[in-house]
Design a binder for this molecule. Structure first.
Ligand code: TYM
Length: 334
């Protein structure tokens, strides 16, 4: 059976890259489900992944709620989707150990995210290295078959497939599926400060990303200061004018216009870059308005957020327990 599974790190408020690269697809997939489907979409707030780099415990705890509130505001419906916090399902850690016994050091050393994040660290935490094993355990614990993610996570998913295959071969059983990605059309939103980089929660420069709950004046400022080029008028050229093209992509993602149509309209009206930036800010602010309105209603209601996460954990645990019991049997522990 088809099981769609994905996750997000609660390391800050989700940004437009998370939204257009992943969250928006989750909501679309959820909304196409039948009511009370027996294999609903499962989304995890992966707090155990978030501590691979040092995190202030109070901040992390805050971000877990902020992340949950953001996802609900974007349209995740806890009646139709299992939304839970990873650390509330203890089988993640246990399966991660079992899968770690099937991965080699060179396989893990090849991971781009590991290479980037460990680069320059004098001491590399083991968790940073085994991060993708835990990610594979997330997906395989629920026998996930489809994983809606951005481009930056494709390599981790490829590793997950390889781990699933090795496990199946080692035990001579076709137990784990080989999960495939579901990619959005918008798989790699660029940083607003440096179009050679992706928009990222871990970029120290907050001007590089727009968080979904940024107020209108901040959005306007970040767009105004975004790095483009020295040409005055607008054209869509992702290779030659990556900064400006990112802004056009953002407008396209918020509307049903194609980037080329937007560029043509700008050319007809001789819109210059400063005017265009103002226009994009307006489009974004409008697009985010309903999300932000819902967020401000939810964020102070910790009791409600806890009830959603607890209920999600209960449902996730019951699926995970059943699968984990079978896995233990296969391995010989159960
Ligand atoms: P995370 O928290 O970094 O990002 C959540 C999702 O957002 C996507 N994304 C982007 N898409 C387009 N453009 C961008 N600039 C951009 N930045 C982020 C990511 O690809 C991701 O889909 N390791 C994962 C979390 C995870 C997970 C899992 C995902 C843990 N276990 C199991 C799927 C299945 C991560 O750090 O995502």
């Amino acid at each position: 059976t088809k099981q769609v599974y994905s996750g997000i790190q609660p390391t800050s408020i989700p940004h437009l890259g998370n939204y257009f690269g992943a969250i928006k697809q989750w909501v679309d997939i959820q909304n196409k489900q039948r009511p009370h489907q027996s294999n609903p979409l499962i989304i995890s707030i992966v707090d155990l992944h978030a501590i691979t780099m040092p995190k202030d415990p109070r901040l992390l705890n805050d971000y877990i709620y902020k992340c949950a509130a953001t996802l609900l505001s974007c349209g995740i419906d806890p009646e139709r989707t299992i939304l839970y916090k990873q650390s509330q399902v203890a089988y993640h850690g246990q399966l991660s150990w079992i899968l770690g016994c099937r991965v080699t050091l060179p396989q893990l050393s090849r991971m781009h995210q590991y290479k980037t994040k460990s680069d320059g660290l004098s001491e590399v935490p083991l968790g940073l290295f085994t991060y993708p094993v835990l990610q594979a355990a997330d997906i395989l614990l629920f026998r996930g078959t489809h994983v809606p993610i951005g481009e930056d996570q494709l390599q981790h998913l490829e590793l997950c497939r390889s781990i699933a295959e090795k496990f199946n071969n080692a035990y001579g059983i076709d137990f784990f599926p080989r999960p495939v990605p579901i990619e959005s059309e918008f798989t790699r939103l660029k940083s607003l400060r440096d179009p050679a980089k992706k928009m990222s929660k871990s970029d120290p420069d907050a001007g590089s990303r727009i968080e979904l709950v940024d107020p209108a004046d901040i959005i306007e400022k970040k767009i105004r200061k975004s790095v483009t080029d020295s040409m005055r008028l607008i054209s869509y050229d992702p290779k030659g004018r990556p900064g400006l093209s990112t802004l056009i992509d953002l407008e396209a993602a918020c509307t049903d216009l194609l980037p080329e149509e937007i560029a043509e309209r700008c050319l007809l009206q001789a819109t210059d870059k400063a005017e265009y930036k103002k226009h994009v800010s307006k489009v974004l602010v409008e697009h985010l308005r309903p999300i932000q309105a819902k967020y401000s209603r939810l964020i102070d209601d910790k009791k409600y957020l806890n009830s959603i996460l607890d209920d999600g954990a209960r449902r996730a645990n019951s699926i995970a327990e059943n699968n984990f019991r079978q896995i233990c049997k296969i391995v010989g522990c159960g």
